[in-house]
Design a protein. Sequence first.
Length: 131
Amino acid sequence: MSELKDLFQGADWKIEKHVPVIEAPDTIKKGELVKVVAIVGKEIPHPNKTEHHISWVEIYFQPQGEKFPYQIGRVEFSAHGASVNGADTSTVYTHPEATVSFKTDKPGVIFASSYCNIHGLWQGSRALKVE
């Protein structure tokens, strides 16, 4: 039987459109607000059609020395071109990008996960230093 952790895929976001790219500063001051943007398809656009799309992005932070990460936020993407007239008949399409902010006194790792309705779970990570 598989475990959930084994279902997450990762790759270089410059060549794989499903990996969430994390934009955040490398270093912040203790207690400073840090803005994090997670984008799916930054280098290679991901399709956003009724039949193939990114459903959500989650962002976590795991402080150094702590056992568990904190969920910072989750963004659901609901508009993929469907309308009462059928699949891909709407002019409204969401873009898989999530922005959150948080404060911390500890360095750690920012994680982002995303879900493609066809290709499953994907992850990215980025270190955060604190001065």
